[in-house]
Design a binder for this molecule. Sequence first.
Ligand code: SF4
Ligand code: SF4
Length: 96
Amino acid sequence: MSYSRVARNDDIASSECRPGCGACCIAPSISSPIPGMPNGKPAGVRCLQLDERNLCRLFNDPRRPQVCLRFDFDIDLCGGHRDEALHRIAALEMAT
Ligand code: SF4
Ligand code: SF4
């Protein structure tokens, strides 16, 4: 079976946001309205605006929730790869 590194570029440790990760658009709850999700979204639910490449469809769109604009890469939360980010953000949700 072939294995493409290109499809797994989010598992490389970095010090900045990994395009194609999308963990912060899945793991946390968002209480503000999102286009297509007027009541926001619960924790662990994929945002409807996250496309198939795990990129935000609303990038540079004024309808993008403020909370999304404020969320920035944080090594303590984002970790070194996507699964770590999903786990850490979910743990933070549970703790708050
Ligand atoms: S969880 Fe972190 S690395 Fe992943 S998309 Fe969000 S900010 Fe970027
Ligand atoms: S609106 Fe965009 S940035 Fe905000 S949670 Fe959805 S996909 Fe992520």
